[in-house]
Design a protein around this ligand. Structure first.
Ligand SMILES: [Zn+2]
Length: 51
């Protein structure tokens, strides 16, 4: 699982595959949490991948 800080905006928002960066349309698979931290803020986010 990549650190949350390394995801681009689309990946962070769950609109793109975290592994290959392709836009997700149908059948996206939840792959768990990418964890990250920026100062006092937790950046943990659920990431998705193409099927
Ligand atoms: Zn992919």
């Amino acid at each position: 699982m990549p650190p949350a800080g390394s995801l681009n905006y689309e990946q962070y928002a769950g609109r793109a595959c975290f592994a290959c960066g392709k836009q997700l349309t149908v059948g996206a698979v939840s792959c768990g949490l990418a964890v990250g931290r920026q100062g006092a803020h937790k950046l943990d986010v659920e990431v998705w991948a193409c099927p």
